[in-house]
Design a protein around this ligand. Sequence first.
Ligand code: ARG
Length: 367
Amino acid sequence: MYLLLPLIFLSLTVTSSSTQDLLWTLGVDTECGIVRSPEAIGLLEQEDNSRVVAGVVAARGSAPWMVRLYHIPLGRYFCGGSIVNSKWIITAAHCITVFKATKHNTRIYVADYDSELKESEERFYNIEKIVTHADFNDATYDADIAMIKLDTPISNFTHYVRPICLPTNNLTERIMKPRKHGRVSGWGDLRENGPRPRFMNEVYIPIVGQRNCISSTTDTVTDNMFCAGYKQKLKDACQGDSGGPFSILHDGRWYLFGIVSWGEGCGRPGKYGFYTRIPAFFDWINNLLIEEEIPCPPLETSDNVEGDCNRLKKPGQVCDFRCSEGHLRISGDVRRVCQLDGTWSGSELLCEFTECGIVTSQEALLE
Ligand code: ARG
C-alpha cells in the first residue's frame, strides 16, 4: 500500500483512463464483479468461445457473488441469488413465494461450490428481512425480483465471496443488446427433469431480441423480462437455477443484468429461458440499498485503506481516510485526493460506486 499515493497522482493525470480504471489503480472500493480465485484465473478471457453444450462445471471462485438459498425444514437448497453488497442479496420473487421462504426458515450460503463438501470459505447467514417486489405476479412472473437482507453483514470479501456489479443505465444501453452473451450459473438440473450437479455449473448464452422472445411462447412476456439462449442448441438454465444471475463481462468485471426466472421445460428447441430484466428495477433496488447508511470505517492508516473502503456506502456519504502521506476522501459520488500540502488535487471526480451495489445517477459524467 505504500504505492498508493504515487499511483493516485499518476492516475489523475491520465485523463483517458476511465473512472473504474482509476479506482482499480487506486486499489480501493472496486471489488465488485472481479474474478481472482487461482482456480478461475485465465478462464475469463475464454468466455465467448466456451465449448459448453448444455453447460459445464464452472471453476471454483468464478462467480464469488453466487449464493444459495437453503430451506431449513425441507433440508435442501432451492434457489440461487447474487451478492450486491455486504448486506444484500438479489434473487427471484418466485423463489420466495413458491417455497414460502421466510427469514426464519431460510439461510443464505456463500462460497459454496461443491454441494457434497463443506468448503473452508463456505458459511451461511441468517436473514434479517426479505423484500419481495410488490408488483410480482405469480401467474406471469412479471417483476420476478426480491431482495434479502442478511442479519449480519458479510465480514470481508475474498476471492470466493464478493459482490457482483450492478450496471448503470448508460452501460445497459451500450451492452445489453440481442446477441450479447451472458453467463448463467447455478446448481440447477442438468437437463429437463434431470439430476442436479455436484459442482456449480455455468452456461454462456446470447440475449435474444424481445420480438423473438414474444413469438417463441404463448405465455405473457412483459418489459420486465428478457430471454436468452439459442434457437436450436440445448444451452439453458433449468429448475433450481432460479434466482441466480445472468451476468455480462465488461472491462474485466461481471455485471448483473438478469435473474433466472422461468422457462418452458429446459433447453427445448425454439424455446428460450426468461430472465428478470434488472435495469427495469434500478430505482427499486437503489431505494432499498440506500435505506440505511453503512457506517464509515474508522480512520486508519494507509495500510487499511484498501480493505476498508470497499464497503462504501450511501450516495453523498463521505468517509475520510488518513493515509501515511496524505488524506483520501471518498464519498458515494465524489472523490477528491488531498495532497501532501493539504490542497485538493485534481478536480472533483464523480465515480460510479457500483461496487457498493449502488446505481448512481452520475453515469453520464463518467464517460
Ligand atoms: N423457475 C425455475 C426455477 O424455479 C427456473 C426455470 C428456468 N428455466 C429455463 N428453462 N430457463 O428454478
